[in-house]
Design a protein around this ligand. Structure first.
Ligand code: UD1
Ligand code: CA
Length: 457
C-alpha cells in the first residue's frame, strides 16, 4: 500500500472554550475525530496516524486499536504537527493524505476523488478546496493568471485583496512523501500567529515549479472546519439531516425531521414511524413496524418489531417484539423485557427481567425483579428492594396476580399462579398457587356520619 494518512488532532480548540479537547466533541453522538477516522478507513487507507497533544490520553483512547498515535508536545502549528509523524513514516515513500480532526462532515468519496486526482497529475501536493459564501476564518487559495495554485494565505496574514478570495483551503491535502519532512523542518514561523503553517508547503512547491493540484468541492458543507460551538451546532444540524434522510430512504417514516434526533450509529427497521420530539442515542437498534414517540428518549436500547413507545425514557434495556411502553414510563438500565410486555402510565422499571405477556400498567416501581410470563402487576405496586444499605431481589413466577398497591419487601418470592391481596405488604415468600393477604380487617361503624359532632349546623 503506498498510501498513508495523518490526522492532525493535537490542537486545544481554544475557541470551543471547553475542558474537552476539540476533536472529542460530539456530532450526532460520535466524536468529530471518529468521523474523520471512519472517512479515511472508508476511502481504503489502512495506515493511519493520529497526532495528539492537548488531552492526549483521551484522544488516543478514542482511536485506540484503529490508528497509530504520535505525540506533539507543544502545539506549534499544523506543519509542526505533521512533522511529528516523520519518525513513524521513515520507511514510507508513497502518497500521504493529511486530514484535520475538526472536519467531521468529510465523506470517503471525496477523499477517494482527491487521492485519484493527486495520483493522476503527479503533483507534489494536491489541496482540497471549496468556494464559500463566507470564507472568513479559513486560509485563502491564491491562484495565478493561469489558474494554478501559487500559495495559501491565512486570513490573519492576508491583504485586503486576498481576503476577497472566496476559495478556501479545507485543510485536507495529499502530498508526495519524498522530501516533505525535510521541507517541513525547514519552515519558519514568521506569520501573524507565530506558528509553523503546513500551508507554506504549497508555496514552496509552487515556487520550485512543481505543479500544485487542486480539487474543488461542489458541496462546501462537507469540509466545514469546526472551531467553535456555533459551528458545532451547524455540523450537528447538517449531520442530523443526513442521518434522517438516509433513514427515510431506507423505509422509516419521520413525521417531522426538525423534531427527531437520531445518532449516527442508530439502526431503525422498515415501516417504523418516528414521531416528534424523539431522541434516539448511542447504539440503539429498533426493529420494523414500531411506533417511537412522541416525546421519547432511547439510549443504547435494543427494540424488537412492532413495539410502541410514547412519552418515555428507555436506557440500556432490551425489549422484544410487541412491547408497549408509556405514556410516562422510565426504563432504567439493565432491563430485559420479553414479547408483548406492557409497561405504562407512570411506571419505573430497573435491572429487571419481565417475561412474555406480563404487565406493569400503572404507577409502579419494579427494581431488581425477575418476573415470569403472564404476570399482572396491579396499580401502585412497589418492590421494596433497598433497605438503605443493600439491594435485594424479588422473584415473581408465571401467572401471578399482584393486587393493587402491594409492597413486595425484598428478598421475596411469589410462587407461580399466586395472588396477593390489594394493599398487602408482603414480607414472606408466597408458595405457588396461594393467596397472600396482609391487611387489617375492615371495620364498619354504622351511623357515623349522622352523629352530632359531624353535623354541619
Ligand atoms: C487550518 C489551515 C487553514 C484552513 C483550515 C481549514 C493552517 C495554517 N491553516 O486553519 O488554511 O482553511 O485549517 O479548516 O494549516 N493542530 C495540531 N497541532 C497544532 C495546530 C493544529 O494538531 O499545533 C490540528 C488541530 O487539532 C486541528 C487541525 O490541526 O484538527 C487544524 O488546526 P486549526 O487550529 O483548527 O487550524 P485553522 O486555524 O482552522
Ligand atoms: Ca480548524
Amino acid at each position: 500500500m503506498d498510501l498513508a494518512t495523518v490526522i492532525l488532532a493535537a490542537g486545544k480548540g481554544t475557541r470551543m472554550k471547553s475542558k474537552l479537547p476539540k476533536v472529542l466533541h460530539h456530532v450526532c453522538g460520535s466524536s468529530m475525530l471518529s468521523y474523520v477516522l471512519d472517512a479515511a478507513l472508508g476511502a481504503g487507507v489502512s495506515r493511519i496516524i493520529v497526532v495528539v497533544g492537548c488531552g492526549a490520553e483521551q484522544v488516543a483512547h478514542e482511536v485506540a486499536g484503529r490508528a497509530q498515535i504520535v505525540h506533539q508536545a507543544e502545539q506549534l502549528g499544523t506543519a509542526h504537527a505533521l512533522l511529528q509523524a516523520a519518525p513513524s513514516l521513515s520507511d514510507f515513500n508513497g502518497q500521504l493524505l493529511v486530514l484535520c480532526g475538526d472536519t467531521p462532515l468529510i465523506e470517503s468519496g471525496t477523499l477517494v476523488e482527491l487521492i485519484q486526482s493527486h495520483r493522476s497529475t503527479g503533483a507534489a501536493a494536491t489541496v482540497l478546496t471549496a468556494s464559500l459564501e463566507d470564507p472568513s476564518g479559513y486560509g485563502r487559495v491564491v491562484r495565478d493568471n493561469q489558474g494554478s495554485v501559487v500559495k495559501i494565505i491565512e486570513q490573519k496574514d492576508a491583504s485586503p485583496e486576498e481576503q476577497q478570495i472566496r476559495e478556501v483551503n479545507t485543510g485536507i491535502y495529499c502530498f508526495k512523501t519524498e522530501g516533505l519532512f525535510a521541507d517541513l523542518s525547514g519552515l519558519a514561523a514568521n506569520n501573524a500567529q507565530g506558528e509553523y503553517y503546513l500551508t507554506d508547503i504549497i508555496e514552496i512547491n509552487a515556487r520550485r515549479g512543481k505543479g500544485i493540484g487542486a480539487v474543488t468541492l461542489a458541496d462546501p458543507l462537507e469540509v466545514k472546519g469546526i472551531n467553535d460551538r456555533v459551528q458545532l451546532a451547524e455540523a450537528e444540524g447538517y449531520m442530523r439531516g443526513r442521518i434522517l434522510r438516509d433513514l427515510m430512504f431506507s423505509g422509516v417514516t419521520v413525521l417531522d425531521p426538525r423534531r427527531a434526533f437520531v445518532d449516527r450509529k442508530v439502526q431503525v427497521g422498515r415501516d417504523t414511524i418516528i414521531y416528534p420530539d424523539t431522541i434516539i442515542e448511542g447504539d440503539t437498534v429498533i426493529g420494523e413496524d414500531c411506533i417511537i414517540g412522541p416525546g421519547v428518549r432511547l439510549v443504547n436500547a435494543v427494540v424488537g418489531n412492532g413495539v410502541s413507545i410514547q412519552y418515555s425514557v428507555v436506557s440500556e434495556s432490551s425489549l422484544e417484539d410487541g412491547c408497549s411502553i408509556g405514556p410516562f414510563s422510565h426504563l432504567r438500565p439493565g432491563n430485559s423485557l420479553g414479547r408483548q410486555v406492557k409497561i405504562g402510565n407512570f411506571s419505573e422499571v430497573k435491572q429487571s427481567v419481565v417475561g412474555d405477556g406480563s404487565k406493569v400498567s400503572h404507577l409502579s416501581y419494579v427494581g431488581d425483579a425477575t418476573i415470569g410470563k403472564d404476570v399482572n402487576i396491579g396499580a401502585g405496586t412497589i418492590t421494596c428492594n433497598y433497605d438503605g444499605r443493600n439491594k435485594y431481589p424479588t422473584r415473581i413466577d408465571d401467572g401471578v396476580f399482584i393486587g393493587s398497591n402491594t409492597n413486595l419487601v425484598a428478598p421475596v418470592k411469589i410462587g407461580a399462579g399466586s395472588v396477593t391481596g390489594a394493599g398487602s405488604t408482603i414480607t414472606k415468600d408466597v408458595p405457588a398457587g396461594s393467596l397472600a393477604v396482609e391487611r387489617s380487617k375492615q371495620k364498619i361503624i354504622p351511623g357515623w356520619s349522622s352523629r352530632d359532632k359531624h353535623k354541619k349546623d
